[in-house]
Every structure is written in C-alpha cells, then in structure tokens.
Design a protein around this ligand. Structure first.
Ligand code: UD1
Ligand code: CA
Length: 461
C-alpha cells in the first residue's frame, strides 16, 4: 500500500455566506461542512495525524479548530490569496509526506464521500498520474471551474476566465484532487496571480503537467451531487434539501415509516431502526439512535440521544439523554442533557428533566422541574413538583426511593433522600430525609376563620 496524506482547505472567509463564522462551519443537516469532509476522509482509513487543515488567522480560525480531530495538523493562511496559495502554506507538511499521495479537498463541498475518494484514488494510481481531479457532469455549471480535456491530459478553466465556448462545458471541477507530493513540491511555487480574480488558483497546477513526466487525469463521479459546494446561503439551503431528501429516502427504503416525508429532517449520523415511525416536524440530530416501533413526533427535536423500542415522543425535545423502551414522553416535555430514563416510564406534559435518572414504571405526569435527581422504580411524582437543586452557588442531588409517592406541589430542597415506599404529602417543603414507609408532611397547618370572608366581594349574579 502506498502512503497517503490529506489536506483540507478551510481558510476561506465565506463572505458570500454573509456570516461572521468561517464558511466551513456552516451546517448541512446540522453538521458543519468541514465535519462532513473529515468524516468521509477518515472513512477511507486515513489516520487523523496524516491530515493537515489550512485555516485562517486568529481569532477567525478558532471555531474551525474546535472541530478538528485529535492529532490533526493545521497550517495558517494569514492572507487569503486563493486555493493554490492556501496549499502553499502546507509546505512543511508536504515535505514530511513527500513520498505520499496527497489528497486535497475543499472545506465547502460536503458530499464527496469515502467511496468516491477511494475510487478516484484507484484511478489515480492505475493511470500513474501526478494529479487526478474529481469531476462531475452537472446541469447548471454556473461558477464552477470547467474541465477541458486536451491531447496531453486535462486542464481546468475558472468560470471567470473562461471563453464563451468553455462556459458551455458541463463537466466541472468538484474541488477534490489526488496529487503526487513530489509534483506539488516541485511546481506549487510556479503558480501566479495572472488571472481575472488575481488569485493563486490551485486549478492551474494541472497546466504544469506535460503528459510525459507528469500526467493529469480526471475521475468523473457517478452522481452530480458529489460535486456540489456551497458559497451562498441559497446554495447551502439547496445542499441541505438534497442531503435531507437522500437521507429520508434511504430510511424509507430501510423500512422506517415516514408518512409525510417532506417534513422530517434526519442527520447523517443518526440511526433509525426499521419499523420506527417519524411524524411531521421531527428533527433528529447528532448521534441519535431510534429503536424499532418508536413513534417520534409530531414536532419533536432529538439530539445526541438514544430512544428505546416502542417509546413515544410527542411534541418534545430531548438532548444528550437515554430513554428506555415502552415510555411515553410529552406532549411538551423537555429532557435536558444527562437524563437516563428506564423502561415503561411516563413523562407527561410540561415536564422539564435535567441530569436525572428515572427507574422503570415511574410516572412523572405533569408540570414539574426535576433536576439532579435519582428517581427509583415505580415512583409517582405528582403535579407541580419542583427540585430546588441550586442554592445560588452549588447544585445538589436528591434521591427518591423505589415506590415513593411525591404529592403535588412538593419542593424537594436538595440534598434530601426519600426512603423506599415513603409518602410525601402535597404541598410539602421537603428539607429533611424521609425514612422508608414514612409519611412526611411539611407545610403550615390550615386555619379556618368562620364568617371572615362574608361580604368581602360583590357577587355579580
Ligand atoms: C473552487 C475552484 C473551482 C471548483 C470549485 C468547486 C479554484 C481556483 N476554483 O472555486 O474550480 O469548481 O471550487 O467547489 O480552486 N480557500 C482557502 N484559502 C483561500 C481561498 C479558498 O482556504 O485563499 C478554501 C475555502 O475555505 C474553500 C475552498 O478553499 O473551502 C474553495 O474556495 P472557494 O473560494 O469556495 O472556491 P470556488 O470559488 O468555489
Ligand atoms: Ca466553493
């Protein structure tokens, strides 16, 4: 196996996006563009320490750097003078990898998948090329670089510099290349800014191939989608819609029930078991997993969470949590990060849980805030229970033992422990531990003053 290394160009400002954020941080299916590219690239088996990402100057580059895998190198391009100039900033990395084949990818084209990268590499090696560019035939070549096939190989003409005839060409540069490091090191500095945009174009490298010592070739992707990049918000929205449709169609083919398919968004790293049902307004993000028979939606957002089999999530939001099988959640519940909910639990309407564990068969039915609690099995939490878990400085945990009954409007002033089978009367301010099987009442005793309300208010009818 020949050695391989890779460079991602990610220093561009994305002015055309109208964002302060670097363009490569813009998201497709809620995942930054550059993360799509890194995942595809690592998916080919390339280790992170063989990757160098070209980033802009500080502080602009910082949001990009937080997204990079451990061990990955970076090079800084202080002034953005074009894609060729960006690659020049990696000279040290190229020297370190001078016997390798170098993959160069642009940080704004998220659909170049691992299979395509590998197939292009196969073609590159088989042809003995110094450079192989990934291309695609598209309906509207727009501002993409045009691929010109010549007798001695292939060149690329940027749209800004193309003749009217060249603009008719619909095979375009997808912005992914395999290079020999040796060829790059010998020729990169030959690039000039002698073009309409006054930039160092990486695409001009193909012109340094003579067809003899150094050959330039093209590998055409099977799908036009592979080439799509995003320079503007409109283009980004188009990429999102394509990615969304492909993902939903894949899930439908796998046997997931999505009756109104145009109204569901499922991220790239989400898994949904066949037989699950996704209703309109469902958005599944991050590394979420949905079990078979689960019913999600309508209008539910689930992020980085695991949902068990046959669980129903109705008009609710769940983040960074695990929910077991046969649960009913919502409508209008929120599980914030760190919740672990066992099987057959009911979490009803207007419930907020945070960093809380819930044992099996517990019912938490209405209007409560339950934060930093360990709730046992078979516990009943009444309406309007509040965990008072924050004293202004620190957070405290409390435990509700198995089969405990917590009456309505209880304040659980943490830290306290409610023993197994204990009963907390409605309206209690729970400040002390409750032994197993005890009844706790912590509220002011009611007094009735006979006649004192009489005549106080006028009766309308
Ligand atoms: C580029 C190609 C074009 C191709 C298209 C595919 C060139 C000259 N043109 O055009 O042939 O069809 O991509 O999407 O290469 N970047 C830097 N530093 C810079 C400039 C750019 O790091 O100084 C990075 C950007 O962050 C981006 C990538 O390089 O990720 C591509 O740059 P962009 O300006 O988007 O190139 P295009 O005009 O789209
Ligand atoms: Ca681009």
């Amino acid at each position: 196996m020949r050695e391989r290394a890779a460079v991602i160009l990610a220093a561009g400002e994305g002015r055309r996006m109208g964002a302060d954020l670097p363009k490569v941080c813009c998201e497709v299916l809620f995942k930054p563009l550059i993360c799509h590219i890194i995942d595809h690239l690592l998916g080919t088996g390339l280790p992170a320490d063989r990757l160098c990402v070209v980033v802009g100057p500080k502080p602009y580059c910082e949001p990009v750097e937080t997204l990079l895998p451990e061990g990955c190198h970076t090079a800084t391009q202080a002034e953005r003078m074009g894609t060729g100039h960006a690659l020049m900033q990696c000279r040290d990395f190229l020297v370190q990898n001078r016997s390798a084949d170098i993959l160069v990818m642009y940080g704004d084209a998220p659909f170049v998948d691992a299979d395509t990268i590998s197939a292009a590499y196969g073609a590159h090696v088989a042809a003995g090329n110094a450079v192989t560019v990934l291309t695609a035939k598209v309906e509207n070549p727009d501002r993409y670089g045009r691929i010109v096939h010549t007798e001695s190989g292939v060149t690329i003409v940027e749209a800004a510099d193309a003749t009217a005839d060249q603009l008719e060409i619909n095979e375009i540069n997808a912005g992914t290349y395999w290079f020999s490091a040796e060829f790059l090191l010998e020729n990169l500095e030959r690039l000039t800014t002698d073009n309409k945009l006054g930039q160092y174009y990486l695409t001009d490298m193909l012109g340094f191939c003579d067809g003899q010592q150094y050959k330039a070739g093209a590998y055409r992707a099977w799908s036009a989608h592979v080439a799509l990049g995003a320079n503007t918000r409109r283009e980004l929205a188009k990429l999102n819609e394509i990615a969304r449709t492909l993902r939903v169609e894949y899930l439908l083919n796998m046997g997931v029930d999505i009756p109104f398919a145009s109204q569901v968004v499922v991220g790239q790293d989400v898994t949904v078991a066949p037989g699950a049902r996704l209703l309109p307004g469902t958005i599944l993000k991050g590394h979420t997993q949905i079990g078979a028979g689960a019913i999600i939606g309508p209008n539910s957002v689930i992020t980085d969470s695991v949902i068990g089999q046959n669980t129903e999530i109705n008009q609710s939001q769940i983040t960074g949590s695990v929910v077991g099988a046969d649960c009913h959640i919502g409508p209008f519940a929120q599980l914030r990060p760190g919740c672990k909910v066992a099987d057959s639990v009911k979490i009803g309407n207007f419930m907020e849980l945070k960093n809380t564990t819930v044992g099996p068969n517990s019912a938490l039915s209405h209007l409560s805030y339950l934060g930093d609690l360990d709730i046992g099995r078979g516990v009943n939490v009444g309406c309007g229970v509040v965990s008072v878990n924050y004293d202004g400085k620190n957070k405290h945990r409390s435990t509700l033992g198995d089969y405990a009954f917590i009456g309505c409007n209880t304040n659980i002033i943490s830290p306290v422990t409610v023993g197994e089978g204990a009963y907390v009367a409605a309206g209690t301010n729970l400040t002390e531990d409750v032994p197993a099987d005890a009844l706790a009442i912590g509220r002011a005793r009611q007094q009735n003053k006979p006649g004192r309300a009489k005549g106080r208010f006028k009766r309308k009818t």
